[in-house]
Design a protein around this ligand. Structure first.
Ligand code: ADP
Ligand code: MG
Length: 387
């Protein structure tokens, strides 16, 4: 029975704030509401813990969660209180007097010196804020911080919230049981962020499409000219190694859209092995877009991480949009398509296609780490190991 019990819920309200302190994007708040309503409907009293920004273990007024409480109250249509401390007796008292039907948000956990170092004393003290623990902060679950790992080590029961459950359902299916053909598309800036994930898919995916700046590093590994393109020189060796291990799985662009470095305006399409010395590649070209879309359309399971180009800039967003569109087609023809990664998730939302794919992971780094390793520190400490 949950009636009257204090549910200490770790949420991820690390939201962008505008200069005037307004919440610029409410997606993370909205994502937590099903879990909060579920708890309130069963008589529990939700007490929320979150971090915001990188205040570095001290109070930074600009990183206060106070403005978030008002926005959450509006979105939920029920009273949301805010208490301006977390690790104090007064904060504990504020949880005890919270009326049923209301929600309480405590101050930024990263104002506390022991949060990111997972100080065991802090974890135990924060455990006094609730009668049981709910992790609904999937995007933070790869961090062994006090509010993610320390608290649920001493506060039981410790369970996964609905957001975490939805993430795990989608990512586990992708990891353990992908229907074939299984196609993966990687893009974005850096290979080095994604090596464990790429390696784990190298033997499990039928095809891995490479776009974005990452493709430049692969081209460099093949000895092709890359002009002024973004190349991760430290990762050229890894790129050669991946190419050597699975040449039939990896598919590189055949043409690219190039232009003046860091400027938009006039662009040109060139074969992928002919990037001019003075120019940079910022998107996959039309032939590659067509080929990638065709390969993706054969997939029963599709995973996409990393934009296909400098999609924030006009003229370089077509590759990313086409892959987003192809992902929607996979889902809508009965396949399973998942998008993971902070910028890729933003790209598919901006394209208005996020509702048309099977799952958009909110996790960013956490999703990639879960896919690579099959577990996360914040999940391992939950009851029945939810990982
Ligand atoms: P995600 O957050 O989805 O994992 P990344 O963080 O790896 O993606 O990469 C996203 C960034 O990579 C975007 O800001 C995008 O502009 C940049 N990017 C992608 N392709 C290129 C390119 N060819 N040249 C320069 N930047 C690129
Ligand atoms: Mg990113």
């Amino acid at each position: 029975m949950l009636t009257g019990r204090r549910a200490l819920v770790r949420v991820d309200y690390n939201v962008p704030l505008s200069e005037s302190g307004d919440v610029a994007d409410v997606a993370r708040l909205e994502g937590s509401i099903p879990t909060l309503n579920h708890l309130v409907d069963r008589g529990a009293r939700p007490i929320l813990l979150s971090h915001l920004g990188r205040p570095g273990g001290k109070v930074v007024p600009g990183d206060s969660l106070e403005p978030v409480a008002a926005v959450l109250e509006e979105l939920m249509g029920r009273p949301v209180r805010f208490f301006p401390a977390t690790d104090t007796d007064e904060a504990v008292e504020s949880t005890r007097i919270l009326p049923q039907g209301e929600v309480l948000l405590l101050e930024n956990t990263r104002f506390l010196p022991g949060e990111t170092t997972n100080d065991p004393g802090l974890g135990q003290r924060l455990a006094r804020l609730g009668d049981f623990y709910v992790n609904d902060a999937f995007g933070t679950s790869h961090r062994a911080h006090a509010s993610v790992v320390g608290v649920p080590s001493s506060l039981k029961p410790a369970v996964a919230g609905l957001l975490v459950e939805a993430e795990l359902n989608a990512l586990t299916r992708l990891r353990d049981d992908p229907a074939r053909p299984f196609v993966v598309a990687f893009g974005g800036a850096k290979i080095s962020d994604k090596i464990p994930l790429m390696e784990s898919f190298l033997t499990r995916a039928d095809r891995i499409l490479i776009g974005g700046a990452m493709a430049n590093t692969f081209l460099a590994a093949l000895g092709r000219p890359t002009g002024k393109s973004l190349v991760e020189s430290e990762a050229i060796g890894i790129a050669s190694d991946l190419l050597a291990r699975a040449p039939e799985v990896l598919m590189l662009p055949e043409d690219l859209v190039v232009g003046e470095p860091r400027t938009t305006g006039s662009t040109r399409v060139v074969p992928a092995d002919e990037i001019p010395a003075a120019l940079a590649a910022y998107d996959i070209g039309p032939a590659t877009r067509e080929r990638f879309s065709a390969v993706i359309s054969t997939a029963e399971t599709f995973f996409w991480n990393g934009p296909m180009g400098w999609f924030e800039a006009a003229g370089y967003d077509k590759g990313t949009l086409d892959v987003a569109q192809a992902a929607a087609v996979v889902s809508e023809s009965g396949g399973f398509a998942v998008v993971g990664g902070g910028d890729s998730a933003r790209a598919i939302r901006e394209a208005g296609l996020d509702q048309r794919v099977s799952h958009v992971s909110t996790g960013g780094g956490a999703s990639l780490e879960y896919l690579a390793h099959g577990t996360l520190p914040g999940l391992e400490v939950l009851d029945d190991d939810q990982s």
